[in-house]
Design a protein around this ligand. Structure first.
Ligand code: SF4
Ligand code: SF4
Length: 91
């Protein structure tokens, strides 16, 4: 898997996953209203991943739910990404 693709599966414009801290409880998947999150559940690879980054609306429900602190809210990074997309669109 390419590193860019891997990175895409660990963050959206609003959140970033620390898959090493994830204990695969799947609570964040349950609370996400946009079905952004998914599972890797193969042998010892058990952690949450981003399945649909574009759908993330930054509601923070996953961040509040995760007791392991495995999901970080990155709002500023999200703003920067949105700005960059906007600039790219007007070129
Ligand atoms: S709530 Fe936290 S520990 Fe549970 S699956 Fe989601 S990221 Fe992993
Ligand atoms: S911030 Fe909201 S929409 Fe985005 S992944 Fe978390 S729960 Fe889902």
């Amino acid at each position: 898997m390419k590193s860019r693709e891997l990175s895409h599966r660990r963050k959206t414009d609003f959140i970033r996953l620390d898959t090493g801290s994830c204990d695969a409880c799947w609570d964040c998947i349950e609370v996400c209203p946009k079905q952004v999150l998914g599972k890797i559940n193969v042998l010892w690879h058990r952690h949450v991943i981003i399945r649909n980054a574009e759908a993330c609306n930054g509601c923070k429900k996953c961040v509040r739910t995760c007791e392991k602190g495995a999901i970080e809210y990155t709002y500023i990074a999200g703003l920067q990404a949105a700005e960059l997309r906007q600039k790219a669109a007007v070129r």
